[in-house]
Ligand binder design. Structure first.
Ligand code: NOJ
Length: 772
């Protein structure tokens, strides 16, 4: 088969091919096997030897995955799984958890099937397995890949102890529209930040060695462009240019594949009219041929069968054939591959080599994980949220909070952190004490009882200095009496902390698109009523998606974005409220002024009639023929990269170690930087703090329009009061490349504007030239 021979050739002659690549764009392509384990000769020899012994039906059996436990999608089949496994008709299960349950099926697979091929058990482990951490969007707000790696590592250890060798994570879909409920599972709007997080997830889960007993294989999802669903409506079609697809939406996938991702999951949406789960362009051309991916692709739940609804084939046989031939190797809970593929091979409609290739890819991962040697899981002690686990969860959460606003109020100075001057605190809001909601969306095997709420923590910390009122429910209409009680409670206190947001459990995650991005239920009324008392209000946002906060931003002095913080919600939020931890998170997604701005993101393409640069003001008379809204400013309410601290940071003038470079040198340099952007950052305040130094560039003369700003580097730097550090960020092909009209990654002669600062509004500027 064409792809197989191409790949095996690459295994033998990688250097030869590299040397033979001609033309300016050559160094941009990936021509090596990104996961050495999956490409190893020894492993592939074992796979080939096994494949030779397998019948067609046994090979097809490897391509079928069923949900034999709880259900995470519509129309779950309810089959006699023991029989199916014994007949070799199952390659994998999802939603079977725990040593006993997984061993049950594994014993049948290993002991009763002719060739003793083990099953692989997959599961949605999204932000923790049993220990639930902040939601992925929150983790991205840390701008700290080490934090993500910690979460992935902890999750892998716990999952593997539960028989799970394969996690359906990370979700690396770029999310530029918070109407889409799955923004919670993403790293937000930016491909550079998203790629950094994608690499960290892969490394944390797989540890660069799938064979380790506590490694799990990832399934990077949902390939591809799922987050760009039109109008933010879940499962909707995606229609975008190939340039945007490659440069924005595929970048985190490329990063994950290069980091060695073992599997990918194909998505529900169509891309430019071709369903992603039957898309040869993304699944074979880009993924396998261009990126050299050696792992396997599983469809999303029922996505192969749903191709009938996409109307790309009249019957099951046709759509299953299209999915398999496009490059979907395993059919998740669709039961189509198992029922209609073998007959088509026998009839000569599908070449057997296509089935061989899919089975080969799946077996590679099973071998690499060591499942043939160690198929079973030893029963361990029952899970407990031990102090050690809690300490990790708290430290992680501490890094994810974003201080959006912190104005001074009379008599107290800046409202946060809360000082000893504050005697009585009123804690108000439906999310102050709701364990289930605080666990967040897709909380896996987490237990709401493990969550420590803000009310519990503050009660312990403040004793009778704490007053509490729920104020309203998360959903439903206004209850005048309960709001009145909250108002009375606030009046008795020096400050009011309002814990508001949306129900993470039911309105965030899959199938949770919203057209209204305000607080749910009567929460906005509650906020307005409490603010009207004149008591200083601290708004703690508990929602893992950008909400519309215009009123709050104008009327509330202090706003802390705490997302969906996981089991240590209360202690971690309190750490920041009382200044034990200085907030250091930065927004991974723009917060809109109004839903009508969506999709809103900072890396916009230019227009011929740009709006006035003063981002916060409405247009003046005579400025009407520019790209703007007549009823709202263009800019975000809180922009990408934004986040305050309890201290202040000042930036010096950025300076380059080299100011120009030739196109040729850049192309030849590969991923080695050719210059660095250096900047001095000083803590000018009175407490220690951590700043996320951000590098943005604009390519001002490319053959294809480039965004007005793009993140191209960042570093976290911790500074004592008065301390100054010199920060250097690399600049090279990785930072300067883009896709040209032929859709090749390249560089051209140009001048790039470079900004360094603490958000996407960074003002300190220099420039860099790429010359002929
Ligand atoms: C559907 C979701 O889109 C996907 O993220 C998940 O992994 C599968 N169901 C399995 O539960």
């Amino acid at each position: 088969m064409k792809i197989a021979s191409h790949r095996s050739l690459l295994r033998v002659f990688p250097l030869l091919l590299l040397a033979g690549l001609a033309g300016h764009t050559a160094s941009a392509q990936t021509w090596h096997a990104p996961n050495a384990q999956l490409a190893s000769r020894e492993l592939n020899a074992r796979v080939e030897a096994l494949l030779k012994k397998m019948t067609l039906d046994e090979k097809v059996g490897q391509l079928a995955q069923f949900s034999a436990g709880f259900s995470t999608g519509p129309g779950a089949s309810n089959l006699k799984y023991d029989d199916l496994v014994a007949k070799g008709q199952v390659g994998s299960f999802l939603n079977v958890v725990g040593a006993a349950a997984t061993n049950h099926y594994q014993h049948i697979a290993v002991e009763k099937t002719r060739l003793h091929i083990p099953l692989i058990f997959g599961l949605d482990v999204i932000h923790g397995h049993r220990t639930v951490f902040p939601a992925p969007l929150a983790l991205a707000a840390s701008w700290d890949p080490a934090v993500v790696e910690t979460v992935a590592r902890t999750s892998a250890v716990e999952a593997r102890a539960d028989g799970i060798a394969w996690v359906f994570s990370p979700m690396v879909d770029i999310a530029r529209d918070p109407r889409w409920g799955r923004i919670v599972e993403s790293a937000g709007e930016d491909p550079y930040l998203g790629s950094a997080m994608a690499r960290a997830w892969v490394k944390g889960y797989q540890q660069d060695d799938l064979a380790k007993p506590d490694s799990v294989a990832v399934s990077v999802k949902h390939f591809a462009a799922y987050g760009a669903a039109i109008a933010g409506r879940e499962y909707n079609a995606v229609d975008m240019s190939q340039t945007t697809l490659r440069q924005v939406y595929l970048e985190p996938y490329r990063a994950a594949v290069e980091a060695g991702a073992a599997t990918l999951m194909s998505s529900f949406n169509s891309i430019n009219g071709v369903p992603a789960s039957a898309n040869p362009f993304t699944l074979t051309q880009i993924l396998r041929k261009e990126w050299g991916f050696d792992g396997f692709v599983v469809s999303d739940w029922g996505a192969v069968a749903e191709l009938r609804n996409h109307a790309i084939g009249a019957d099951d046989a046709t759509v299953a054939r299209k999915a398999l031939e496009a490059g979907v190797d395993m059919d998740m809970e669709g039961n189509l591959y198992g029922t209609v593929i073998a007959a088509q091979v026998r009839a000569g409609t599908i070449p057997e080599s296509v089935v061989d290739e899919a089975a080969r890819r799946i077996l590679r991962v099973k071998f690499a994980l060591g499942l043939f040697e160690n198929p079973y899981t030893a029963a361990g002690p029952a899970y407990e949220a031990t102090p050690e686990r809690r300490a990790v969860a708290r430290k992680v959460a501490d890094e994810t909070f974003v201080l959006l606003k912190n104005d001074p109020v009379e008599g107290l100075g800046t409202l946060l952190p809360i000082t000893a001057k504050v005697k009585k605190v009123a804690l108000i809001g439906p999310l102050a004490d709701d364990q289930r909601q605080l666990l967040g969306a897709w909380a896996g095997q987490g237990n709401p009882k493990d969550v420590i709420t803000l009310r519990q923590t503050l009660a312990e910390r403040l004793g009778d200095r704490l007053l509490f009122a729920k104020g309203c429910d998360l959903l439903g209409g206004e209850n005048a009496q309960s709001i009145a009680e909250a108002v009375e409670t606030a009046k008795k206190a020096d400050v009011a902390i309002l814990a508001l947001g949306e129900p993470g459990n039911s309105m965030e995650g899959e199938a949770s698109s919203r057209v209204h991005l305000g607080f749910t239920g009567a929460q906005e009324k509650l906020l307005e009523a409490v603010a009207a008392t004149g008591k200083p209000v601290i708004l703690v946002l508990l929602a893992a998606r950008p909400l519309e906060l215009k009123w709050a931003a104008e009327h509330v002095p202090a706003i802390l974005e705490a997302w969906s913080p996981g089991i240590e919600a209360g202690p971690a939020v309190a750490d920041v409220l009382f200044g034990d931890v200085n907030p250091s998170g930065k927004l991974p997604a723009s917060f809109p002024r109004a839903v009508g701005q969506e999709p809103l993101y900072y890396a916009q393409l230019p227009t011929g009639r740009p709006a006035h640069e003063d981002r916060n003001r409405m247009p003046l008379q005579g400025e009407n023929m520019v790209s703007r809204y007549v009823d709202e400013a263009n800019s975000a309410l809180f922009p990408f990269g934004w986040g305050l601290s309890y201290t202040r940071f000042s930036y010096g003038q950025p300076a380059l170690s080299r100011n120009d470079v030739s196109v040729r040198e850049l192309l030849d340099s590969g991923s080695t930087p050719v210059s660095t952007v250096g900047v001095d950052v000083r803590n000018t305040g009175s407490v220690a703090g951590t700043e996320v130094v951000q590098l943005y560039i604009r390519n001002t003369a490319a053959s294809v329009e480039q965004p007005v700003r793009e993140l191209k580097g960042f570093a976290r730097v911790t500074l004592a009061p008065g301390e100054q550090k010199h920060v250097e960020l690399p600049l090279g092909f990785n930072e300067l490349n883009f896709y040209n009209v032929e859709n090749r990654r390249t560089v051209e002669p140009t001048t790039c504007t470079i900004w360094v600062g603490g958000s996407s509004l960074a003002a300190e500027e220099t420039s860099f030239r790429v010359v002929e």
